[in-house]
Design a protein around this ligand. Structure first.
Ligand code: ADP
Ligand code: MG
Length: 327
């Protein structure tokens, strides 16, 4: 139902960056090793995301764009232990309801690709279309049929900034995936796939910029109950007057969390007597059953089943690492 999709779009699609997020997360969920993002006019005119992931079979294209159709959750058990980035099956129908949308894909092993175009929610028949293995989604003229929303979009630069900020966080979260970005026909970013820890740090340094790469401390710790914390925390000279360079990933998902944020700040202040905002890129991994990602549709927030325990683990790990570095 087009109206329902447009209403849902209000939640899922706020601006071009939200479209990029949904499409790139789908590419990651599809196992892509390489993702290309092409943008025009801050993504307002065009967002094209191409991946080399598992692809979608021609006969499943209509399903991929129908509401609450997800291939990622088969049962309530799965919902308890969400491991993929998407799971609601809302993104594609919502985006397709408020843009000129085209989905072209070729599933692994398929002889040729197929294409499905949707114009403001009106789907055309699926037609054969040449395509390498993987998927390309094109979103043109976002909100062309919802003028009230279109008016709320900001200047090209601002929208591009939101997109690049989000891509930065993905580049940090998934150093194993090559990511290329182009805007108005010119390459703007190229995050190369990083396999070893030196290449990972180089990629993090590229994303954060400034002094971070040269002024940070590597962290890596596993607890007896299988909590894992890794990443880098910036030393005081790489710290900032605002918390804009603080990245936390929980099981690969970018998250803002007060408990963990507090533990980091506390360890930093206790060991280094430093009140500014430490820059950091931290990865926390734990059994998905210990964390509820289903708190907010935008999924920036999570709820930990044992927040106290996590706080203590993060605090102690950083306190020891920073303490050793200071000694
Ligand atoms: P969700 O990601 O929550 O499952 P979406 O609306 O984002 O819902 O996508 C719907 C479905 O379309 C996915 O479950 C997946 O099966 C398929 N899909 C979307 N994008 C891709 C892609 N890039 N590669 C392979 N399959 C995809
Ligand atoms: Mg999705």
């Amino acid at each position: 139902d087009l109206l329902i999709d447009q209403i849902a779009a209000g939640e899922v699609v706020e601006r071009p960056a939200s479209v990029v997020k949904e499409l790139v997360e789908n590419a990651v969920d599809a196992g892509a090793r390489r993702i290309d993002v092409e943008l025009e006019e801050g993504g307002i005119r065009l967002i094209r995301v191409r991946d080399d992931g598992c692809g979608i079979a021609a006969e499943e294209l209509p399903l991929a764009v129908s509401r609450h159709a997800t291939s990622k959750i088969a049962s309530m058990d799965d919902l308890e232990a969400v491991a993929t980035l998407g799971f609601r099956g809302e993104a594609l129908p919502s985006i397709a309801a408020v843009s000129r949308f085209a989905l072209t894909s070729r599933a692994a092993g398929a002889e040729h690709g197929a294409r499905l175009e949707i114009d403001g929610g009106r789907a055309q028949p699926v037609v054969p279309h040449p395509h390498p293995f993987g998927t390309t989604i094109e979103v043109r003229e976002l909100f062309y049929n919802v003028p009230a929303r279109r008016r709320f979009l900001k200047a090209e630069r601002t929208e591009l900034g939101h997109i690049e900020d989000w891509l930065k966080s993905l580049a940090l979260a998934r150093p194993d995936v090559e990511l290329r970005v182009a805007h108005n026909g010119r390459p703007t970013r190229h995050y190369r796939a990083a396999q070893d820890s030196a290449a990972r740090l180089a990629r993090a340094a590229e994303a954060l910029g400034g002094e971070f790469g040269a002024a940070c401390l590597a962290v890596s710790q596993t607890s007896s109950d299988d909590l894992r914390l890794s990443g880098w925390i910036g030393l005081p000279r790489a710290s900032r007057s605002s918390p804009d360079q603080q990245y936390l990933f929980v099981n690969g998902r970018a998250v803002r969390d007060r408990t963990i944020g507090h533990a980091v700040r506390q360890a930093y202040a206790d060991v280094l007597y430093h009140g500014r905002h430490p820059a950091y890129v931290l990865f926390l991994e734990l059994d998905p059953r210990r964390v509820d990602v289903n708190v907010h549709p935008a999924k920036h927030e999570v709820r930990f089943r044992d927040g106290r325990r996590l706080h203590d683990f993060v605090y102690r790990t950083l306190q020891e690492a920073l303490g050793a570095a200071r000694a």
